[in-house]
Design a protein around this ligand. Structure first.
Ligand code: FRU
Length: 473
């Protein structure tokens, strides 16, 4: 498989060197480097028998490809090495992943002492789905192990659903040594409109709270909410490690854009929890597949709990990709305006908008002769929208989020060749989106919609390369 055209291939987001990718897997820090694995089909730009692709970085922003870490070569994973996680113990890196076989999913282990070559454990699988009749578990959907350590004990959460396939749930396992695992509990079961299958469940303690980040299928659309086929979101709560029960608040989305799924989180040495997700939605056209690749990951984000909500700002390390800066202060204008040097297919835009003076505005990104990706905000109803009807090739539509009233808005936008990630107020609200404009659609136009557009500070940065660029001949 080769990439035949780089028009939409990312400059700095993680993507496979060629072929298909989905879900972040095995995100971890090991022997001085950050590792990000991902679901990967190296033989085509379509989903197929899953492998684990592998990228590594010293700084979380410049990634290198490593050889494929896992391939579906055994009986227990012959239809795919599905999603999972990584953990270090005594200098060895352990991967836990789901073996997909007809009508069954099981959990397996592989390990490495160099972070490059992985050996599957000879006694795999380490966990098969429980067949205890009293447990309401639909055994064919039993996947995406996420492992963490607490004290001397290791815990694993596995996503699943009830036998009637109506409710998603998270199953908790425990182990003293990573090899022998005991079923502990159904730690979470969906209620109401919380989904009928829990994929890619993560649990971490963040700033004193237990946060469950997961990707439920089957949440029903409510008005303009939950318009994507599947969602990714979280519960904040408390896991009682004695009973194995997670008591939690309401389901909240992590991202309000078109394309965000299967995020994985990990703790890094400085104590931060970071998250990388798949910058894509299931079963929407991936227009880049004609170019020999499909799918990319989001920029890494930090995970914090602030005022009872999870907020996910971009990691501060991303500033290390900046090449040149354009900076403007105290702008007030009444007509469509472009700023010198504020344009590009790749770049970072950071703005402080004064909402006491600005009633409604529009920002057009990736503007070409007939193309634009459109942000609008109406302060009367506090409604923020992203519209891709005219973005270029690919799907159209609109996503929106209602913001709390405020006097200012901080907007932080990452543009790459086929993606736009919008962070509002330091990650309080995020919209991640794929778009497929022409390479020469690089304009950025600021459009006042009701009187003045007042921007206290506007900065635009060009950004350098963060992922090796495919060579196209
Ligand atoms: C989520 C998911 C996982 C599964 C993987 C297969 O996107 O469906 O549940 O392990 O993708 O590629």
């Amino acid at each position: 498989m080769r990439v035949t055209n780089t028009r939409w291939y990312p400059k700095y987001h993680i993507a496979a060197p060629a072929g298909w990718s989905n879900d972040t897997n095995g995100l971890c820090f090991y022997k001085g480097q950050y590792h990000c694995f991902y679901q990967h089909h190296p033989h085509s730009a379509q989903w197929g028998q899953m492998h684990w692709g592998h990228a590594v970085s010293d700084d979380l922003i410049r990634w290198k490809h490593l050889p494929i870490a896992l391939a579906p070569t055994n009986d227990y994973d012959r239809d795919g090495c599905f999603s999972g996680s990584a953990i270090e113990k005594d200098g060895r890196l352990y991967l836990f992943y789901t073996g997909n076989i007809p009508n069954e999913q099981n959990q397996n282990m592989a390990f490495s002492d160099d972070g490059v070559h992985f050996e599957k454990y000879e006694h795999n699988p380490v966990i098969v789905a429980p067949d205890d009749k009293d447990l309401d578990i639909f055994r064919p959907d039993f996947r995406d192990p996420k492992v963490w350590q607490r004290g001397d004990t290791y815990y694993m959460v596995i996503g699943s659903r009830t036998k009637d396939k109506m409710r998603g749930q998270a199953l908790l396992y425990e182990s003293e040594d990573l090899y022998d695992w005991k079923f502990k509990s159904v730690m979470m079961r969906a209620e109401g409109n919380e989904g009928d299958m829990a994929e890619c469940v993560n649990l971490a303690s963040v700033e004193g709270k237990d946060v469950m980040i997961f990707s439920p299928q089957g949440i029903k659309r409510v008005g303009n909410m939950y318009k994507n086929l599947f969602q990714s979101g979280y519960f904040i709560g408390k896991l009682d490690y004695e009973t194995g029960i997670f008591v939690h608040g309401d389901f909240e989305l992590l991202d309000y854009g078109f394309d965000f799924y299967a995020p994985q989180i990990t703790k890094i040495p400085d104590g931060r929890t970071i998250m990388i997700g798949w910058l894509q939605s299931w079963f929407t056209p991936m227009t880049e597949d004609v170019d020999g690749w499909a799918g990319l990951m989001t920029v890494p984000r930090e995970v914090h709990v602030k005022n009872g909500k999870v907020v996910t700002p971009p990691i501060k390390e991303l500033a290390g990709l900046r090449l040149s800066e354009k900076s403007f202060d105290n702008l007030v204008f009444y007509e469509d305006t472009k700023f010198d040097g504020v344009e590009g297919e790749v770049g970072e835009l950071v703005m402080e908008i004064d909402l006491t003076e600005t009633r409604a505005f529009e920002i057009d990104l990736r503007v070409g002769e007939e193309e634009k990706s459109v942000i609008t905000y109406d302060d009367a109803i506090h409604l923020f929208k992203f519209n891709r009807d005219k973005a270029g090739a690919g799907s159209d539509g609109e996503r929106e989020v209602k913001l709390p009233p405020a006097d200012t808005m901080n907007l932080h936008i990452f543009l790459d060749r086929s993606s736009i990630e919008i962070f509002i107020n330091d990650g309080e609200y995020v919209l991640s989106n794929r778009v497929y404009p022409r390479s020469d659609s690089t304009g950025i136009v600021f459009v006042p919609q009701e009187g003045a557009f007042k921007i206290d500070s506007l900065k635009f940065y060009t950004l350098g390369e963060g992922i090796p660029q495919p060579v196209v001949d």
